[in-house]
Ligand binder design. Structure first.
Ligand SMILES: NC(=O)CC[C@H](N)C(=O)O
Length: 306
């Protein structure tokens, strides 16, 4: 397996077309597009990495998997009265469906949906309490207490929040958000600004590959049914309006972020994290997707076989 990851890292280093680093969050525009990392954590406890797999990066929308997990833990199926679970077919920051659909976002992974999930988690608490809970959950599933928020990235997003603020205010006008919009946004931006390395991310995602059980601690994080459902949502909605393309090429539940990371889950096998900061036109990592496509071709770990 180490040979497979080395081969992928070598192939990605040779790529000249690397996509475009996100610059609508100015702080992310400084990241070096040459960076590449891949890590695999298997359900049997093996760990493999290639590239700069211990370098932390902004996980951005990958964090939506963790907040969804927390929200389902707190309120179970009641969450679905305010958030849908269908692919949107629209860009991650689109507002268009909200108007026709009563302010209810299509799924928890588009920005509107993730903002509604954060509002659901807050339950009357202040942002710092919600963020402390989120950080301790992420540190627990990654088994690493060094994981932190990048406050500079969060501040950069807050300063350029017009688009996300529009989504939040629009939902609030439909009675979908309970808390003050700026508090919800501040919480959401910090969530997106969690910094993690590929090694940490692969470890954190492992419970989704092993029917909801954290490894190697063997402690249950979610039920097998919930793990299956989160994986289904990642497969259907994790790459926004390119989710069909990702399923076609990779065939694994996956969640991307505009920091250039992707967390992919191979149920029963392991969790794979990749990072390459350059994005495609849909805001998903260009080489991250390519690397995962190569990975499933070599391993046959796609849920649809070789
Ligand atoms: N796709 C993403 O990673 C988007 C997350 C980013 N924080 C935003 O709200 O725009």
């Amino acid at each position: 397996m180490q040979d497979v990851l080395n081969e992928i890292a070598r192939a990605m280093a040779a790529e000249t077309e690397r996509g475009k680093v996100a610059d609508y969050i100015p702080e992310l525009a400084h990241v070096d597009p040459q960076k590449f990392a891949i890590s695999l954590a298997t359900v049997e406890g093996a760990r493999y990495s290639a590239g700069c797999a211990t370098t932390p990066f902004s996980i951005q929308s990958i964090s939506k998997v963790f907040t969804l997990t927390i929200a389902l833990g707190k309120m179970g199926d009641a969450l679905w009265s305010n958030v849908g679970r269908e692919p949107s077919g629209d860009p991650f920051n689109s507002i268009v469906q909200l108007e026709h659909e009563g302010g209810k976002p299509r799924n928890p992974f588009i920005n509107a949906g993730a903002i509604a999930v954060v509002d659901a988690i807050m339950m009357g608490h202040e942002p710092k309490e919600t963020l402390a809970e989120l950080l301790s959950f992420v540190r627990y599933i990654a088994d690493d207490d060094s994981i932190c928020f990048d406050h500079t990235v969060a501040a950069s997003e807050m300063a350029h929040r017009d688009r996300n603020a529009s989504l939040a205010h629009f939902m609030k006008a439909f009675g979908r958000l309970r808390h003050d919009v700026d508090k919800v946004l501040g919480t959401y931006f910090h969530q997106c600004a969690i910094a993690m390395s590929c090694q940490q991310l692969a470890h954190a995602g492992l419970f989704l590959a092993s029917d909801g059980v954290n490894q190697p601690s063997n402690i249950r994080v979610v039920s097998p049914q919930r793990a299956r459902r989160i994986n289904s949502l990642m497969m259907m909605c994790g790459h926004y309006d390119a989710s069909g393309e990702f399923a076609f090429r990779v065939g694994l539940p996956g969640k991307s972020g505009v920091g250039g990371g992707i967390l992919a889950i191979a149920p029963g096998q392991g969790a794979i994290a990749v990072w390459s900061p350059g994005l495609d036109e849909y805001g998903n990592s260009l080489l991250g997707t390519k690397a995962l496509e190569m990975f499933v071709q070599r391993t046959g770990w796609s849920v649809f076989g070789h």
